[in-house]
Design a protein around this ligand. Structure first.
Ligand code: FAD
Length: 642
């Protein structure tokens, strides 16, 4: 009945009231959000993907798209991406070809290894059986490191391979962390100080006040995927303090590049780590913690970890805060003890605004405006658009969505079903359909000048706030997940963090926006997505993009296959050097020089000392350490040059 009504509404508008089409689509969206359950939406997505996934339908659509294109070959098949995303290459003696998720990095390692005795699938269902520490897996890795050293080879691990940059690749031994999923347990071993064993208090600074928050310790294998770990934590009544827009990463893959979400009082992933076991040069294992860490050094001497397995405890701020963001350069991190919080629910609101209005509020109210909500982020159309939908520097404004999220009590069963608590139907439907990505790229390549208007329209689609009878409430991880679904296979991003002091971040954003318009006007080069602006509290980790500064991270997102997308991102990365921007370790394209790292990270010399200690045989170097000049710091570098 609803379907017939909607088809009728659409046809009627198309024939008699074409100019009212956007309003009609809005109305349809509201009806669908109200009437269609999440289960039905997912079923519709699956059905449509199935129909478009059949070869005949795909060929017909591709045939017409190719015909309509100016010599471009259009493929709407994303099976390749999905295969790579779900791929689990079993351990093999044969050479394999490895590519990262975005296909920007490739390598054919001499050996591809998957050490560890944890499962790589059904981890959540079986987590109660995974409580024991995997000492055998640890010893296997220790031996692999020694083997690599004895053969003068290099070794490096890869988690989910979602970094765009070359930080995870290795041409020699490549270690997948997929089976490093043990242990999974509350951390209350005998050597952990009494006050940390069953929950402890942490003190958080908020708006000039100090707030007490209950924290708990949980121990997990470093390769555990965030999507599994979030569910295991939930079963224990726990939650991550924050998450990024996706949960595809391995825990240590995410932490190693300082992956973050958005929230002025929330730190990035590496700051969740309280203790970790690292295997460094010569296969030597260390338990690393900050000074006065959670482990009692005297009790530790009695532990099996120390007595039988010779894992040396180091409690030192410089060593620890260097290792939490070390991009695989210090060795292989086998397990981590993380600080988590009580499970929580969030309510999200996506309110329409303009960048001009938001900028004014930020300047007038300062950080208090950003701090007002637990989570705050902006998605900004880089192009000023006038009422006619044209790029117009004089009369146009930059449409933007302000997303805020706050903790709420667990919604009742009725509230959860309420349409006003769900995400908008059409935007979540579109992000679930795999062919939407290819078709968008096709359309944008054909008519790039339509991009400014398209970005505003797609942002308008996701408006979802109390004022308009909307909003979205759910478990924290569902709300934090950007709902990218299939669209994540088409996007790639470059991100840079800026200090919030002296409004540097605002000047940097102004420059990005100005450059976007200049490139569009002068060369017809557009960027097909909004600019994402997120905020994070400072990080203790010496090489975190947020180290020692509350940061504003600006992400330029593009679509695979969009012409000029990578060049545009590289251009922005270069422009941002002047603002001392810190590129995301996993999301950058331009090369970083040794001098630049030194300039933007004051603690880099300390980090290098830790690098020299844990990687003194150079065995964990790779093309990333070579190109940045980090490898050269070690004497043995010359012998390893490829
Ligand atoms: C769809 C998508 C969404 C994203 N969303 C966000 C976001 O919201 N916020 C954000 O900040 N970033 C985001 N990113 C970037 C992403 O979080 C980082 O690039 C992250 O490092 C990728 O994790 P991974 O598990 O794929 O790690 P990989 O790319 O496999 O590895 C990253 C680095 O970690 C090292 N490493 C991995 N495991 C270990 C280990 N056990 N011991 C030692 N070193 C290790 C590797 O050697 C490598 O140097 C996103 C990326 C994608 C593709």
């Amino acid at each position: 009945m609803l379907t017939i009504k909607i088809i009728f509404q659409l046809l009627f508008t198309l024939v008699f009231k074409r100019s009212k089409l956007p309003e009609t689509i809005d109305k349809i969206d509201i009806q669908l959000t109200r009437k269609v359950s999440d289960e039905k939406r997912l079923k519709t997505v699956a059905l449509l993907n199935k129909i478009f996934g059949t070869r005949v339908v795909r060929w017909v659509v591709e045939f017409f798209l190719c015909k309509a294109s100016k010599g471009e070959f259009i493929e709407i098949n994303n099976a390749d991406f999905i295969k790579r995303y779900q791929r689990y290459i079993p351990e093999t003696d044969e050479r394999i070809s490895w590519t990262n998720w975005a296909s920007t990095q490739k390598s054919q390692p001499l050996q591809y290894l998957i050490p560890g005795n944890g499962p790589h699938i059904h981890v959540v269902d079986n987590y109660l059986k995974l409580a024991d520490y995997d000492f055998e897996g640890l010893q296997t890795i220790q031996q692999l490191v020694k083997d690599a050293e004895s053969k003068n080879l290099r070794i490096r691990c890869v988690a989910s391979g979602h970094s765009l940059s070359d930080i995870a690749i290795s041409g020699d031994f490549m270690v997948s962390t997929k089976k490093m999923t043990k242990p999974q347990r509350r951390a209350n071993q005998a050597y952990i100080k009494e006050q940390y064993r069953n929950g402890h208090s942490a003190y958080i600074h908020k708006d000039g006040d100090v707030i007490e928050e209950k924290r708990y310790l949980f121990e997990t294998g470093a390769g555990t995927l965030l999507e599994d770990l979030k569910q295991i934590l939930e079963k224990e009544g726990f939650a991550f303090t924050n998450m990024g827009g996706s949960d595809v990463q391995g825990f240590m893959g995410a932490a190693s590049t300082s992956t973050h979400g958005s929230g002025m009082n929330l730190k990035p992933f590496p700051d969740m780590i309280a203790s970790m076991v690292l295997i460094g040069s010569n296969g030597k294992a260390y338990r690393l913690e900050p000074k006065n860490g959670i482990t009692d050094p005297v009790l530790y001497l009695q532990s099996e970890e120390y007595k039988t397995y010779d894992i040396e405890l180091i409690q030192d701020d410089d060593m620890f805060y260097s290792s939490t963001v070390s991009m695989g350069c210090f060795g292989i991190i086998f397990s981590v003890i993380i600080e988590v919080v009580d499970f929580y629910y969030l309510k999200e609101e996506r309110t329409p605004s303009t960048w001009e209005a938001e900028r004014q509020k930020i300047v007038a109210l300062g950080l208090n405006y950003i701090r007002k909500n637990r989570h705050f982020e902006l998605a900004v159309n880089p192009y000023p658009v006038n009422e006619k939908g044209e790029l117009d520097k004089i009369n146009g404004s930059r449409y933007c969505i302000v997303t805020t999220r706050n903790i709420i009590p667990k919604p009742t069963a009725n509230q959860s079903k309420s349409p006003s608590e769900k995400r908008n139907f059409l935007s979540s439907l579109a992000s679930g359909l795999y062919f939407v990505g290819s078709i968008s790229v096709f359309l944008f390549n054909r008519k790039p000048e339509s991009i400014p208007r398209s970005i505003s329209s797609s942002l308008k689609r996701i408006v979802d706030c109390d004022k308009e009878g909307g909003g979205y409430s759910d478990k924290y991880y569902n709300v934090l997940n950007q709902g990218l679904l299939e669209m994540k296979f088409f996007g790639y991003a470059s991100e840079i963090a800026f200090t919030m002091q002296d409004n540097t971040y605002l000047h940097a954003i102004d420059k990005i926006l100005e450059e976007s318009v200049r490139m569009a006007e002068k060369y017809g080069q557009y960027n097909p997505s909004p600019i994402a602006i997120r905020f994070t509290d400072d990080s203790h980790s010496y090489l975190s993009m947020m180290h020692n500064m509350a940061a504003c991270s600006v992400e330029v997102v593009s679509l695979k296959g969009f012409i000029g997308g990578e060049d545009f991102q590289r251009r922005i990365e270069r422009e941002m050097i002047a603002f001392n921007g810190r590129p995301h370790w996993g999301l950058h394209l331009e090369s970083l020089s040794f001098d630049r790292i030194q300039k933007i990270y004051p603690k880099f010399p300390v980090w290098l000392e830790a690098y020299k200690k844990f990687n003194h045989t150079s065995v964990f170097n790779n093309s990333f350490t070579d190109r940045t000049g980090i490898s050269a710091v070690l004497d043995k570098q010359a012998a390893f040059k490829e």
